[in-house]
Design a protein around this ligand. Structure first.
Ligand SMILES: [Ca+2]
Length: 262
């Protein structure tokens, strides 16, 4: 059985909106490739390549480069562009995030936290205009974490509006980073537990992408952020929102705010 835990961040309506514009046919219709004949193109010439860098004992940074095709169109595959296999060949986690129009910004630089010590193969699937797929792979070995005494950094929770014009709502919004990696997050509203995120349990993994665009400013929908929905019965209330974060070594940080929930 394939277990695939996707990133908690969800921008469903937004993904649908940009996904419609990202299909090969959409590109072909408006680009210089409109007359391209796929009958003679049966392979992706050069799949997109990537580097895999161990940033800490709990975090891997993957970064795409290259890739070319005579159709002049190469993108990450729309479904599970990034996949990770353990040493037994088990497909343990995958990540696409969105159906992207511009992978250079959204998927190019991606971070993965949650791999337990051991050896893994990371695979990137890319695709040409004609739907021919190609693969590139890198091996990584996650070490046993060493002592870490630096607590995680969690931002003060705020509210952000997500979705598109025809369907939007407010969600709680905060960012979480650590010098090693995040193991656990709890979100409380008026002292009641609303949501927990647990990693490093061989089931759930934290994927996030780097700044988009690379302006050095963390704005909604980019970076190591969480967008947390809340029940509609909270609407109109002033609520005490608290985020409790624990890193891989057990160091804790909290952040809170009194927010009027729309
Ligand atoms: Ca730490």
């Amino acid at each position: 059985m394939r277990r695939r835990i996707r990133v908690a961040v969800s921008l469903v309506s937004f993904s649908v909106a940009i996904g419609l514009a990202s299909s090969p046919s959409a590109h072909a219709a408006k680009g210089s490739t409109s007359s391209y004949n796929c009958r003679s193109d049966k392979q992706l010439d050069v799949p997109i390549q990537f580097t895999a860098t161990l940033e800490s004992a709990g975090r891997v940074h993957v970064s795409m480069y290259g890739g070319s095709d005579k159709s002049n169109w190469v993108q990450p595959f729309q479904y599970d562009a990034w996949s990770v296999y353990d040493s037994a060949g088990r497909d343990i986690t995958a990540f696409t995030d969105y159906l992207v129009t511009s992978y250079q910004d959204r998927l190019k630089d991606t971070y993965l936290e949650g791999l337990l010590p051991g050896s893994y193969t990371i695979e990137l699937t890319s695709m040409d205009l004609c739907g021919n797929k190609g693969y590139s792979r890198q091996s990584v070995t996650m070490p046993v974490p060493t002592n870490d005494t630096i607590p995680p950094v969690v931002s003060t929770p705020t509210l952000v509006q997500i979705g598109a014009l025809w369907s939007y709502k407010y969600v709680l919004y905060f960012s979480v980073t650590d010098n090693t990696a995040i193991r656990h997050i709890s979100v409380y509203v008026n002292v009641s537990l609303l949501q927990e995120y647990a990693y490093f349990d061989d089931v759930s993994f934290r994927w996030w992408h780097a700044m988009y665009p690379a302006d050095g400013v963390l704005t909604p929908g980019e970076g190591p952020t969480f967008q947390q929905a809340y029940p509609t019965n909270y609407a109109g209330q002033s609520a005490f929102v608290e985020i409790v974060v624990e890193d891989l070594a057990g160091n804790r940080s909290t952040a809170s705010a009194q927010l009027v929930l729309p």
